[in-house]
Design a protein around this ligand. Structure first.
Ligand code: CUA
Length: 439
């Protein structure tokens, strides 16, 4: 007798366990099968990057397909588990003699009816999984024709960089300071109209990244020399988390982004502002702006807690209100400080990597900063966009995002081994004031 078979046949301790196991399987099936909503509450599976909370048709299709496979595999688990439990109980060693008995000399040949039945049953289960799988492959591949025909779709291009995302609005052209036109560019925050199908063309400038908005759609790789795409639609206005889902180097885990879905009319309002060149805050413009009411987004009204941000308590409590606040200039802006910051932004060569449309910045290595002040996060979704965080980020970006290409504002002193910064805190404060003024 093989050692394994011997162990199985003589392990009398298994007897009570198999009964407990069968009871557990039954109990688990009773809990899981009626639906997973209870599980959400019990295990807190509704976090900001949970795929179990679907807020758009693509994510819903992916979730439903997942549940089909869960139900099928649960069914297999219960059936096989029940047969196993039955066999263990029925054929257990009942006496001393049983425990030392040799295996039967001849194994049974098997029952053709059972064998064919098992094959047919397996095929049937695979077909049950295959039908919705194929349906969803087609559905998630591209924007439904009905949305295309009714003009209810738009195209954006998302490009992965180590480690941030560039978003281009393909059909929203803006005038370039250098002459000509180009699509509107934003960084790390993709604002879209709710209810509109968004086709995202996926590109990368360096290595392979992967584009994923857990509650809306995902995930598709951004491959060098390959034109991938996906689409998504947000059911209603909301604030969603996105994440690079393919290992792409040191700071892969903190290569994040946000999707902010607005009502179509609010989106139009946002778009109009974004297409403007960078805001120039002088003493005169600040005085003039103080007289006009600040922009407001009706679709964000009444949005309460729900999407945690892991930022300040204010942001956690209501990311929409906090985001909306950022669309208007900060209170107490100083035109002199902003002007000083703008000059430092040139002198310290920030302009060679960042575009500030209408101002001096023309670089394309880093994110477009034309409207940085209106974004809720900096450093690709890692830090909340507050003056304090912006200060810390500019002072030592490598601390927050190891390996990133941003000039780290400092050097290691050979004598002392200390990290010295080439920008003084006062200079950084001026740059922060300038960047925050870019609404
Ligand atoms: Cu980009 Cu991981």
């Amino acid at each position: 007798m093989s050692p394994l078979l011997h162990m199985i046949r003589t392990r009398s301790a298994l007897r009570p366990i198999s009964r407990v196991g069968a009871a557990l399987v039954a109990a688990l099936a009773l809990v899981v099968l009626p639906g997973c909503s209870k599980l959400h509450q019990v295990f807190s599976l509704s976090g900001p990057q949970s795929t179990m909370v679907t807020e758009g048709p693509v994510a819903r299709a992916q979730w439903d397909l997942f549940m089909v496979t869960v139900y099928v595999t649960m069914f297999i688990f219960v059936v096989v588990g029940a047969v196993l439990a039955y066999a263990q109980i029925k054929f257990r060693a009942k006496s001393e003699a049983d425990e030392h008995a040799e295996a039967a000399a001849e194994a049974g040949h098997g029952n053709p009816f059972v064998e064919i039945g098992l094959i047919a049953g397996s095929v049937a289960l695979l077909v049950i999984i295959a039908i919705p799988t194929l349906k969803d492959i087609w559905y998630t591949h591209d924007v439904p024709q009905v949305d295309v025909d009714s003009g209810n779709s738009m195209d954006v291009t998302a490009t992965g960089y180590q480690w941030w995302f560039k978003f281009e609005y393909n059909s929203e052209m803006v005038k370039l300071p250098t002459g000509g036109e180009a699509p509107l560019v934003t960084g790390n925050e993709l604002v879209v109209p709710a209810g509109v199908a968004v086709r995202v063309h996926l590109r990368t400038i360096d290595v392979i990244h992967s584009f994923w908005i857990p509650k809306l759609a995902g995930k598709v790789d951004m491959m060098p020399n390959r034109a991938n795409h996906l689409w998504f639609k947000a059911d209603k206005p909301g604030y969603f988390y996105g994440q690079c889902a393919e290992y792409c180097g040191e700071s892969h885990a903190i290569m994040k982004f946000r999707v902010i879905a607005l009502s179509p009319s609010d989106y139009a309002k946002w778009l109009e502002n974004q297409k403007n060149s960078a805001r120039t805050a002088t003493a005169q413009t600040l005085a003039a702006e103080a007289k006009v009411p600040h922009v407001s987004f009706a679709s964000l009204k009444g949005m309460g807690p729900g999407s945690t941000f892991a930022g300040s308590p204010e942001f956690d409590a209501n990311p929409f209100a906090a985001w909306q606040k950022l669309q208007s200039p900060d209170a107490g802006e100083s035109a002199a400080q902003i002007a000083a910051g703008r000059k430092l932004f040139q002198d310290k060569t920030c302009i060679t990597c960042h575009t500030v449309r209408g101002h001096e910045g023309i670089g394309i290595t880093g994110p477009d900063l034309t409207h940085l002040g209106s974004r809720s996060t900096i450093a690709a979704g890692v830090l909340e966009n507050t003056p304090e965080r912006l200060h810390q980020w500019i002072k030592d970006p490598l601390y927050f995002k190891p390996g990133n290409k941003m000039y780290n504002g400092g050097y290691i002193d050979v004598e002392s081994g200390d990290h010295k910064f080439t920008l003084t805190d006062t200079e950084i404060d001026s740059i922060v004031a300038y960047l925050r003024s870019l609404k």
